[in-house]
Design a protein around this ligand. Structure first.
Ligand SMILES: Cc1ncc(COP(=O)(O)O)c(C=O)c1O
Length: 408
């Protein structure tokens, strides 16, 4: 029988160690609030099921007799993929059902793509500022991340530093970089990939043999109808995987349905699909009821999008009106789309301390910039999807909080 020395042996993998990391100060204060049942004003609330949307899509019934039948198709049920393909074609995004893989969420889509493209120790390039989940998604697949910077210029917005990206590819790490992740538009910066950036990115993918992963979960939420935006769906120059799902475009993260749209040079796309099929077949993650419901859910999409778009656009203006009065020390950063506005505020203290005081004094929770790897200044991510009344009153309280700090 094997005997383990407690000091030498650990049951667990290195990749799961973040699960035991100590909660940060802000999480501890929030826990205290919930223990005392004190209401929290969550200015960063991005859960679409918790913001009182009246056009919440009607839920489907499990009673549909088709749900009693299990047809294990690796890519997901054909009729659901066909409905998705048809739906996307109406938005000028052309992709055949053959090139679509249904999965449980875009997060799972990332995990599948990392399995497809990377061996242990390989690298994916991620945007900075960017979505914090990447670190975990990558670490759980033994994949490393390197961040390429986005820089802000007022008021034109965020730009990808393509030269920095290229110098990473040309460095000693270049040989291990397998994929470039772009978020179109990015979370939390709200910046779509510009035309010039797009051609530079495609050139780098070709030159350095990198696959492109484009996350388009926020694509359908432009702040302005005239926003410059172009989807990567169907891109043929390089091996491309576009991720999207129901979490944002229908506000239904609880239904767990995402997808990957594959395109690229024919030989590479074909090989990618064969391998992805093996991965998908191993998990068969997409649930039958939600796949069967997909065509009817799309019928409800436009009412949902309309209500949310109105809210997003009004909230952005509300934040600007309250925080950008003459002489105000705050600034609402330029943003072209998505569910988040970044607010730059005066640096009386460091971000974490300000966030803690804001919570304790006003009961306002707001995600600080360091959550998204922002290194300079004091920033908070404000949700654009909360009801306009919450946005107005909580943003006013945020302003008063800073006014009081200023006079101390
Ligand atoms: C950029 C981005 N991608 C993906 C996701 C996750 O989506 P899903 O619920 O499909 O995993 C989020 C969630 O906030 C996100 O911000």
């Amino acid at each position: 029988m094997l005997r383990y020395n407690n000091h030498m042996h650990d049951f667990f993998s290195k990749r799961s160690e973040a699960g035991e990391a100590a909660p940060n100060v802000l999480a501890l204060i929030r826990e205290q609030f919930s223990g005392e049942q004190r209401p929290l004003k969550d200015l960063s609330q991005s859960n679409p099921t918790k913001v009182g949307l009246s056009h919440a899509p009607e839920l489907f019934s499990l009673k549909n007799p088709e749900n009693a039948v299990y047809t294990p198709e690796p890519k997901g049920l054909f009729h659901s993929r066909a409905a998705l393909s048809e739906h996307l074609a109406r938005e000028q995004r052309k992709i055949s059902p053959e090139n679509i893989f249904l999965c449980a969420s875009t997060s799972e889509g990332y995990a599948w793509l990392f399995k497809l493209l990377c061996d242990a120790g390989d690298i994916v390039l991620i945007p900075k500022p960017g979505y914090p989940l990447f670190e975990h998604l990558a670490a759980l697949e033994h994949v490393r991340t390197m961040a390429y910077p986005l820089e802000y210029a007022h008021s034109s917005g965020w730009h990808i530093e393509v030269a920095e990206m290229e110098s990473m590819l040309a460095s000693e790490y270049g040989g291990r970089i397998k994929a470039l992740i772009v978020i179109n538009p990015n979370n939390p910066t709200g910046s779509y990939i510009r035309k010039g950036e797009r051609s530079a990115i495609l050139r780098l993918c070709e030159r350095y043999g990198m696959a492109l992963i484009a996350d388009e979960v926020f694509f359908d939420f432009p702040l302005d109808d005239a926003a410059e935006r172009e989807s990567f769906i169907g891109e043929e120059r390089v091996l491309t995987f576009v991720l999207d799902g129901l979490s944002k475009r229908l506000g239904m993260p609880q239904m767990k349905l995402g997808w990957i749209a594959v395109s690229g040079p024919p030989q590479e796309a074909l090989r990618a699909k064969k391998r992805l099929e093996l991965i998908a077949d191993t998990f068969l993650s997409a649930g039958t009821p939600i796949m069967n419901a997909l065509p009817s859910l799309f019928a409800q999409e436009s009412a949902f999008l309309q209500e949310l778009l109105t809210r997003i656009r009004e909230n952005y203006l509300i934040y600007r009106t309250i925080l950008e009065q003459q002489g105000s020390p705050h600034r609402v950063l330029a943003c072209q789309g998505g569910w988040t506005a970044l607010i730059e505020s005066p640096a009386f203290f460091e971000e974490e301390k300000i966030a803690g005081l804001l919570l304790q004094q006003k009961g306002i929770s707001a995600q600080p910039g360091f959550f998204f790897d922002m290194e300079r200044g004091v920033h908070f991510a404000f949700s654009l999807i909360i009801p306009q009344e919450w946005a107005t009153s909580w943003c006013r309280e945020y302003k008063e909080f800073f006014d009081a700090l200023q006079t101390q």
